[in-house]
Structure formats: structure tokens, C-alpha cells
Design a protein around this ligand. Structure first.
Ligand code: SF4
Length: 885
């Protein structure tokens, strides 16, 4: 009998795609997109499609641990409760803190927030969402009087102009990008503008790419606002009826002259005028913004500069128009709804408002309530370092990697008197620092809800048993709360019970003016919760649901009006200097997620980008003496990383880009957040993660290496980065000293058993050494070493591990495929594992002229579609020129 699929939601980005998971009965599951989910209509991106490859239990934390030894749950819970109780008794409620995560489900978040704010009586609970979209929250609250995303994904499809600013949608929100690309294909008259210092995969869709200087978005949108007024695009009736502070805002915008704007942004006046003309004449305009806007010391002003343009033109709350924030994490929005940030109360209520505080306290029947905002993420870890925080509980996140000045954050965690960490993964940079580890159930093993970027609440449903002694986070939090003496307030039996209380509290909030109202769900039965379909809020009990907000021109400030803000451009907090002449931009790659604890399990995903790298403009590289494919050390005042140099003009002169994902488990020295300073936005507390001055210097080793093995490779070299490949592991290596004896070193590194056949090729004059290990007729490991970066097909060599003896040691050591084994090159299409060489060959050989033809010939791009922007770039770069008639 076949098991029916379980409807759940993807655990990665804020698009919030619906997933069908069909358990295989052996701990795994087949994964498909849910055709009935409104976010994705059956599509999944490369990460979502590979979820089934990430379900194994390798590396899982399966039992509680205290000081490194296994412990019983009761002992671990009692210890956490006791250490929190005693810190509070001796030093007060502000001496303890929770640092939580946009990966938590709403039910987890709700009880964590309730425990900290209503029972402990502090607001020092903050979340890694602070690093993601706190500036949007602050901008929404300033403009709208509440943290409210006005529109829906459908608006991107209905728009005639989509402006994407600070958003590499193609890689970071791939299914939403595909919806936009499909709409664009169906309506070629739609226009797309991309505003980003880099030429990213998203710019493949752009009619106009504005490669502005990092951090100059306020200058650009201020200028745009003044141009909109000059062009007669202001909706005077809407402004008069629904918007406050227009005169002061427009006066500030008028200061942004063309000359000042060109100087601040570095943009061409012709491109600026084109942008202004497009925006002026297009009623149906959506402006999508994301981390490129938020992660800035002027992030909140950037958000408001965008919103100003929409308020002035009245383009908000109607189909196909509005400012639109897309969140990075799967449940950043759910966290906002329960008040999981240090400056928010539950259900979008305000800590600063006494009536709100009393209402929440009464509803919870709580002994106390926080009276002021708590410490935001960066400040929280500073308080750990200087001893103000005595007990810290980190849930489902890895701040020793992901916070700015990550090295100092690791030291702060180490310095804290008591640290508990709940996580599904045993070994992370943060779990290594914990006094107590609490095993949490992972995606697929726990149940609850998440809210995506367009306010749709989706169920995450368990389809696998929780392994070992792991428990859902909400259960762990309630157990600790009970042990601290608050059992009756936390005696939830199920996540459904938590959700009902959350929904009931939203009714209280709605009576106080909050737009977050899901009171219609407050009486949901367990069966109703189990069957809950994707549901957009607001969903009041006694009024009809609405798709879009503000269509009636009524905002959430007390007078019902939105606020425009007078804004002025501020450059990033720290300027470049002769010591640190380049701007470091950080961000995501297409096929990895956060600190790779899940995605690195998939060999398929790891083959898109197998190594940490720095995108550097060729002119900057030449100036620093850095050659293609060599290694580069990136240094800031706070630390350094060593990564592969990727020379490309996709990154502008004066900037470099380094991805954020690689941790100590995957590379020797690539924690990019050790470079980033702790400057934050004054309104949101969000760190400036995309404008850190740095310098680059060559890392000049005596030799470079590339190794594959069926066993995990654990190098001791000063540079290494490893990744999974089908049938084993690969590692890039570099060392400052040539080994005395290559063979002995290689056998140690590759863990070759005594007696295993070794075939070698050495050329001492050229400084090259190669060895292949064969056991029972199959290649089990190999090392390629040379004075220069190793020029060998990674996919071919790695493929030899899984090819059942087809590759000979001779072919392998020659580093070339046999005639019947063409080298596919680096993976572009992760779904069908189609490499760049295969694609370029087909374009050149068969004269393919578009993505559809590539799909027909090779299947590449026909499943998840995440590689389609890269396919378009390959077609553009390799298509034969059309002969003149
Ligand atoms: Fe998951 Fe990809 Fe959908 Fe994001 S776009 S929710 S990562 S499947």
C-alpha cells in the first residue's frame, strides 16, 4: 500500500512553497511541489527539490548533553530552569536572554515570547530575523502604523513595472522569480528594473539595471520622489485624504538634485531619467525589496524612501502595485506576528504602550510583563561579553557564525556564565560553546505553522517520527517554563492548542487597533488545525477576509493616515580607506541555505558552488596581484578569511562579494561574518552586512591540491574547503610547505588502507604530484597537487568515486575523461546534474538559441527552473552571431 503524501511547507526561504512529502518507510521521503499551494502552484526550486536528500540522521543531536556528556531530559530541563531562576533571582529578569530564529515555527516562537515577556518579565528575546528584515519592520511601522506587507505575490504578476531593489530574487526567492519571469514571458510589455551594485542572475530579466553605489538607495529614491512630483505623477487626492507629512518629505526629496544623485549613486543620468520615466508612467508598479535594502545602517530610511514613492503616487493596496518586502527566512513573518523581536509585544502590539502591555498580561494571566524593549541581537551579545547577561538560551540558530564580528560573538558566548542551545544538529560553531545541548526535532518531524512573505499561514506537518530523544521546540520551552514554576500557563498538549491561544490573543490585539487578526481561527478544532489549508491573514472572526491591505486608504496610525518621511542620504557607517579600500558585500548562493547544516548534505546542491569564494573585479584583482582561481585573503579590522578568487566584472570595481554560508565544518577559514563590523541601523538595530571596508591580498601557498575520497577528508592544511560529492567527499587544499614525502602525506590524508593499490604520477620539475587509490577494482580516492591552482575537471574526478570502476587510474590521473566519458564541467542544472561544458557544447554544436531549446535537448532548466537565469547567460555568451542578410 502506498503512503499518501503529507502536505507541508518548505523550511528554507520566505516564499513559503507548499511541499508534498511522501515517506518511503525507511526514514526518507519523496519530495514534490504542492500544486494546490498558492505560493508555488507545484513549483520548487533546486533547494526545495533536494529536500529529500537532507533527511538522514548523520550529524543529528539525538540526546540531551550536559558539559559534553549525555544526560536525561529531566536533568537537562531542570538544569536550564535552575540556572535561569538563579540568574533572575540574583540579577533580575534582564540578566537572562533568548536568541531565537526565523526557522522556528510560530507555535515555538509564541511560547518562547510568552515565557520571556510575560513570565520572566524581560524583553530580551531577539531573533536572527534581526539580521534579515528588522529594517522593514521599523519602516512599515513608521509609514503604516503597523508591520504590514500590503500586497500579495500575485501583484508581481499583475504589475506592468516591477522594480527589484536589493534583491537577487533569482537565487534567494527562486520560485517567486520564476512566477515573475513567467508573467513577463506572457506579457512582454511588462518592464523589470533591477537596482543592485552587482550584476546578478536576477539582472538577466532586467530591462534596466541600475548598478548603484552600495548604500545609496535613499539618494536614488529621494531623487525619484522629486521627479515623480515634477512629472505630475503625485496622486494629490490620495495624499490629501490618506497621507501625512507629504510637504516636509517632498521638500527633503527636492534637495536630491541630479548632480547630487549622480555623485551619491554613481549612476548615469540617462539611466536615472529612464527609470523616472518608467516609474512615472506606470500606474501598476510593484517595488520588491529585500536584504540589500534591509542590511544597512540606513536600512529603515531606505525602506521608507521606497514607501514614500508609493504613497505619493497612491500606488498601494490595489492589484499590481505597492511596496513589497520579501523575507529571507521561512517564518520571519510568523516571528513578527508573535512579537519575537526584542522591541515588539505579541500580535503586533507595542511594548511602549501601557494599555497594550496590560492587555497582554491579563490575557496570559501572567505574573509580570516586560516594561521596555529588550536588547537587540548585536547588543545582546555585547551584554553577554561584558557580563550583564548571565544565562543565554539559543534556539535553532548559529550566531557564532552569522552575527557580525562573529569571532567576538563566539567569545561572548564562551564568556557567558550559562549557555543552553536547542538544535537539531550536534556540531555547529555555536553548539561547541554550549553548557547544555537540547535535541530539537527538525523539519519533517514537527508540526506547526509558518507565515510567508505575502501573509499566508501554512501548516508544516510531520511526516517522519522525531528521532532519538528529540522534541519539538515548543515542547522543550514549555517543559522549561513548567520547571521554572509556570506549569499551568504552559500546559499545552499540542501545537494546535498553542495556535488557538495565539489566534485568541490576536482578537485582543485587534480590539486595540492591531491589523494582525486571525481571531477566526481561535476556535479551530484539532481536526481543523490538522487540515488547515494555506490561509492569508487578516482573518477576523466577524468581518470578511481581505487579500490586500490599505485598499481603502485606511492605515494603522491613530489618525488613519500613512506617514511619509523626510529623508536624507547617509553613506554607509564606515568609509573605505587606504588600508581597507574595497567594500565587502555578503549574501547567498543559489543552492545553499544559511550555515549549510541541511543543504550541505546534498551532493547535488554542493556541486553548484563547492567552495567559498570572493567575486573580485579583474581591475581590483590585478592591482592586488591576484590571478584567476588562486586564493585570496580578505581582511577587515576584525578578522580575515581565505577563499577562492573568482574574477568577474559582475561585481563592480571597488567592491567584492563573499557568500555567507561556509562554516568551520566546511572550510578552514571562511566565516565571512568575522569580517563584518557591528554598525547597526539606529531605528531597527539591523547590522550593516553589505558595506564593510576590507582589503585583499594574495594567499600564496607552496602547493594547491584537489582531493576526492569515499571517506570524509579532514585536512590539516592552512587552506581547505570540503563538500560532498556522489559516493564521497571532495576537498580543495593549499599549504605553505611542500611535504617531505608526498606518498605518505597523501595516504594519510586520503585514509588509504594498507595494501590498497596506489598509482602515482609525479613531475618534481613542475611541482606536480598525483595519486589514485584503487580498491577491488574501483577508485576510492585521489589527490592532485601542483604549484599552481589544480587544473582538473572536478566533476570528472569526483564522478570516478561513483562510476563503479569505469574510470581507469590512468585516465583519472591524466585528469581527463575517456572518449566515452565527456567532462560535464561545473553543475549548472542541479535537478538533472547538467554541467556547463555539456550546455555550452550543445549551444555551439546544435545552434541552440534559447532556454527552451536547451531544455528540450538536455532537460536542463525544465524542473525547478533555478538555473534558468544561468542558462540565459550561457546562451547570450555563446550563441552564434546571426548572419547579416
Ligand atoms: Fe523553498 Fe525554494 Fe520555495 Fe524558497 S523558493 S520556499 S527555498 S522551494
Amino acid at each position: 500500500m502506498t503512503t499518501p503524501p503529507v502536505r507541508t511547507a518548505c523550511p528554507y526561504c520566505g516564499v513559503g512553497c507548499g511541499v508534498l512529502a511522501t515517506p518511503d518507510g525507511h526514514g526518507g521521503a519523496a519530495i514534490a511541489g504542492d500544486p494546490a499551494h498558492p505560493a508555488n502552484g507545484g513549483r520548487l526550486c533546486s533547494k526545495g527539490s533536494a529536500l529529500g536528500e537532507t533527511l538522514d540522521l548523520e550529524g543529528r543531536l539525538l540526546r540531551p548533553r550536559i558539559a559534553g556528556r549525555e544526560a536525561h531530559w529531566d536533568e537537562a530541563i531542570e538544569l536550564v530552569a535552575e540556572r535561569f531562576r538563579s540568574a533572575i533571582a540574583q540579577h533580575g529578569p534582564d540578566s537572562v536572554a533568548f536568541y531565537v530564529s526565523g526557522q522556528l515555527l510560530t507555535e515555538d516562537y509564541y511560547v518562547a515570547n510568552k515565557l520571556m515577556k510575560g513570565f520572566i518579565g524581560s524583553a530580551t528575546i531577539d531573533t536572527n530575523s534581526r539580521l534579515c528584515m528588522a529594517s522593514t519592520v521599523a519602516g512599515h511601522r513608521r509609514a503604516f502604523g503597523g508591520d504590514l506587507v500590503p500586497g500579495t505575490y500575485e501583484d508581481l504578476e499583475l504589475a506592468d513595472l516591477v522594480v527589484l531593489t536589493g534583491s537577487n530574487l533569482a537565487w534567494c526567492h527562486p520560485v517567486l522569480y520564476q512566477r515573475l519571469a513567467a508573467a513577463r514571458a506572457a506579457r512582454p510589455e511588462m518592464r523589470v528594473v533591477v537596482i543592485d551594485p552587482r550584476r546578478t542572475a536576477t539582472t538577466e530579466l532586467a530591462d534596466l539595471h541600475l548598478a548603484l553605489r552600495p548604500g545609496s538607495d535613499v539618494a536614488l529614491f529621494n531623487w525619484l520622489l522629486a521627479r515623480l512630483e515634477a512629472n505630475g505623477a503625485v496622486d494629490a487626492g490620495f495624499v490629501a485624504a490618506h497621507v501625512a507629512d507629504f510637504p516636509s518629505s517632498i521638500a527633503a526629496a527636492r534637495e536630491a538634485t541630479m548632480a547630487a544623485t549622480v555623485s551619491a549613486t554613481g549612476l548615469d543620468p540617462v539611466d536615472l531619467e529612464r527609470f523616472a520615466q518608467l516609474f512615472t508612467r506606470t500606474e501598476r508598479t510593484v517595488t520588491v525589496f529585500s536584504q540589500g535594502v534591509n542590511q544597512s545602517s540606513a536600512g529603515t530610511d531606505k525602506v521608507n524612501a521606497i514607501i514614500n514613492c508609493h504613497l505619493a503616487t497612491g500606488r498601494i493596496g490595489r492589484p499590481g502595485m505597492g511596496p513589497f518586502s520579501v523575507t529571507g527566512q521561512p517564518n520571519a513573518m510568523g516571528g513578527r506576528e508573535v512579537g519575537g523581536l526584542a522591541n515588539m509585544l505579541a500580535a503586533h502590539l507595542a511594548i511602549e504602550n501601557e494599555t497594550h502591555r496590560e492587555a497582554v498580561k491579563d490575557f496570559w494571566r501572567a505574573p509580570t510583563i516586560c516594561e521596555r524593549p529588550g536588547l537587540k541581537a548585536v547588543d545582546m551579545f555585547e551584554a553577554c561579553a561584558d557580563g550583564r547577561i548571565k544565562a543565554l538560551w539559543i534556539m535553532s540558530t548559529n550566531p557564532a557564525v552569522s552575527l557580525p564580528r562573529a569571532g567576538d560573538v563566539a567569545e561572548a558566548i564562551r564568556a557567558c556564565d550559562f549557555v543552553a542551545v536547542s538544535d537539531a544538529v550536534a556540531d555547529t560553531d555555536t553548539t561547541r560553546l554550549a553548557d547544555v545541548l537540547l535535541p530539537a526535532a527538525a523539519w519533517g518531524e514537527k508540526s506547526g505553522t509558518v507565515t510567508n512573505s505575502d501573509r499566508v499561514i501554512s501548516r508544516q506537518r510531520a511526516f517522519l517520527p522525531a528521532p532519538g530523544q528529540s522534541r519539538p521546540d515548543w515542547r522543550i520551552i514549555c517543559d522549561v517554563a513548567a520547571a521554572m514554576g509556570w506549569r499551568s500557563a504552559f500546559d499545552f498538549e499540542t501545537p494546535a492548542a498553542v495556535f488557538r491561544e495565539h489566534a485568541a490573543l490576536s482578537a485582543v490585539a485587534a480590539r486595540l487597533g492591531s491589523a494582525f487578526d486571525i481571531s477566526a481561527l481561535a476556535t479551530l478544532s484539532d481536526e481543523g488545525y490538522a487540515a488547515l489549508p494555506p490561509t492569508r491573514w487578516p482573518l477576523p472572526a466577524e468581518a470578511p477576509a481581505r487579500e490586500r491591505l490599505f485598499g481603502d486608504g485606511r492605515f494603522r496610525h491613530a489618525d488613519g493616515r500613512a506617514r511619509m518621511l523626510p529623508l536624507r542620504h547617509r553613506a554607509p557607517a564606515v568609509a573605505t580607506s587606504s588600508d581597507y579600500p574595497l567594500i565587502l558585500n555578503t549574501g547567498r548562493v543559489r543552492d545553499h541555505w544559511h550555515t549549510m547544516t541541511r543543504t550541505a548534505k546534498s551532493a547535488r546542491l554542493s556541486r553548484h558552488m563547492a567552495e567559498p569564494y570572493a567575486e573580485i573585479h579583474p581591475a581590483d584583482a590585478a592591482r592586488a596581484g591576484i590571478a584567476p582561481a588562486t586564493l585570496v585573503t580578505v581582511t577587515s579590522p576584525f578578522g580575515s578569511v581565505t577563499v577562492r578568487a573568482l574574477l568577474t566584472d559582475r561585481t563592480p570595481k571597488g567592491s567584492i562579494f563573499v557568500p555567507m554560508h561556509w562554516t568551520s565544518q566546511w572550510a578552514r577559514c571562511a566565516l565571512v561574518d568575522t569580517l563584518v563590523g557591528a554598525e547597526t541601523d539606529p531605528h531597527s538595530g539591523q547590522p550593516e552586512s553589505k558595506a564593510q571596508p576590507v582589503r585583499i591580498t594574495p594567499f600564496a601557498p607552496a602547493w594547491y591540491g584537489f582531493a576526492v575520497s569515499r571517506e570524509r577528508i579532514d585536512p590539516a592544511t592552512p587552506y581547505w574547503a570540503r563538500a560532498r560529492v556522489p559516493g564521497g567527499w571532495q576537498a580543495e587544499l593549499a599549504d605553505g610547505a611542500v611535504p617531505e614525502e608526498w606518498r605518505a602525506m597523501a595516504r594519510r590524508l586520503l585514509r588509504a588502507p594498507e595494501g590498497a593499490e596506489a598509482v602515482e604520477m609525479a613531475d618534481p620539475a613542475r611541482g606536480s604530484y598525483r595519486i589514485a587509490i584503487r580498491e577491488q577494482g574501483r577508485i576510492t580516492a585521489a589527490l592532485f597537487a601542483s604549484r599552481d591552482p589544480v587544473a582538473v575537471s572536478r566533476s570528472f574526478v569526483a564522478g570516478a568515486l561513483a562510476d563503479a570502476g569505469k574510470a581507469t587510474p590512468g585516465d583519472l590521473l591524466a585528469g581527463r575523461a575517456g572518449l566515452d566519458m565527456p567532462d560535464p564541467g561545473a553543475t549548472v542544472c542541479a535537478c538533472f546534474e547538467v554541467g556547463v561544458n555539456t550546455i555550452v557544447d550543445a549551444i555551439l554544436r546544435d545552434g541552440l538559441t534559447d532556454i527552451a531549446a536547451i531544455g528540450e535537448a538536455l532537460r536542463a532548466g525544465t524542473n525547478c527552473g533555478s538555473c534558468r537565469p544561468e542558462l540565459a547567460a550561457l546562451v547570450a555568451a555563446n550563441r552564434a552571431p546571426v548572419a547579416a542578410e
